[in-house]
Design a protein around this ligand. Structure first.
Ligand code: CAA
Ligand code: NAP
Length: 247
């Protein structure tokens, strides 16, 4: 199995960490990004090292095109050419549309959607030149079905999949595949920020499997999509949501 160089944005978060671990378990060299506001990057890297994982880490603000360009240039010169990009960084700013302000709309669009352009732009042409690449965009069940209180997030996450399909078409002839993974509610701090009463009375009852998903379940799917065996998937949106949304 070929060792690839993978970049995971937001790899120190709940799902990102699991993706980093599964990609490392698959034999890849893994680079994570962390945000300028992250004060625990050293601690996280040390914790991973104590578990046997050595990751590279670069500070990036995914909302900022120049920050992404600069970090990608550093990664390519210090670690090597990037074969796998996982666009995982994301945020929520939930409010009913009636209460949603422009600031919360902009923050969510920039972090979840602009980020995908910002990270893919400096990376994809190199993949094409080398004739192999994987881009995985982490969307959400709420980009597929909509969610009360998430006009911003649902729009950004649905937009990610439009981007996936167009990019997949453009790069297919260069053997670069582009796919979306749309998880349902996964047990990370993002979901734990939902008011407990809302989670228990409105969300969990909609999930036929009756539980939140695990970050490692998402990580395993991403690692599979990055493997040689997944080479015929492109432009796909893979749902993993405990049955909450079937289509
Ligand atoms: N369905 C139907 N009605 C709902 C509702 C829902 N899910 N949530 C709230 N409402 C109703 C309330 O019952 C209330 O009705 P009345 O006015 O008739 O009493 C009304 O909406 C309240 O509206 P407000 O504008 O006052 O809303 P709020 O300030 O109480 O907060 C909310 C609303 C921000 C949406 C809050 O309910 C919330 O945080 N919901 C969770 C949203 C959610 O699922 N976020 C997912 C986060 S995790 C994630 O995003 C990861 C992923 O990809 C899956
Ligand atoms: P999380 O633990 O909050 O992780 C989010 C990550 O995004 C953090 O690691 C954070 O980096 C990074 N990030 C946020 N803003 C950034 C910025 N401006 N620049 C760089 N990095 C930034 O949440 P999670 O649950 O793991 O979510 C990961 C992804 O999965 C998100 O895209 C989310 O929308 C999606 N998702 C989550 C769920 C779920 O139920 N949890 C379901 C479907 C989809 P730092 O830690 O360095 O600050």
């Amino acid at each position: 199995m070929a060792q690839r160089i993978a970049v995971v944005s937001g790899g120190m978060g709940g799902i990102g960490e699991a993706i980093c671990i599964k990609l490392a378990d698959a034999g890849h060299k893994v680079v994570t990004t962390y945000s300028p506001g992250n004060t625990r990057s050293g601690e996280w890297l040390a914790g991973m090292k104590s578990k046997g994982y050595t990751f590279y880490a670069y500070q990036v603000d995914v909302t900022d095109f120049d920050s992404c360009q600069k970090a990608v240039a550093e990664i390519q010169s210090e670690v090597g050419p990037i074969d796998i990009l996982v666009n995982n960084a994301g945020i929520t700013k939930d409010a009913s549309f009636r209460k949603m302000g422009k600031t919360d709309w902009d923050a969510v669009m920039r972090t979840n959607l602009d980020s995908v352009f910002n990270m893919a732009k400096p990376i994809c042409d190199g993949m094409a030149e080398r004739g192999w690449g994987r881009v995985i965009n982490i969307s959400s069940v709420n980009g597929q079905k909509g969610a009360f209180g998430q006009t911003n997030y649902s729009a950004a996450k649905a937009g990610m999949h439009g981007f996936t399909k167009a990019l997949a078409l453009e790069y297919a002839r260069k053997n670069v595949t582009v796919n979306t993974v749309s998880p349902g509610y996964i047990a990370t701090k993002m979901v734990l920020a939902v008011p407990k009463e809302v989670l228990e009375s409105k969300i969990l009852p909609q999930i036929p499997l009756g539980r939140l998903g695990k970050p490692e379940e998402v990580g395993a799917l991403v690692a599979f999509l990055c493997s040689e065996d997944a080479g015929y998937f492109t432009g796909a949106n893979l749902a993993m949501n405990g049955g909450q949304h079937m289509y």
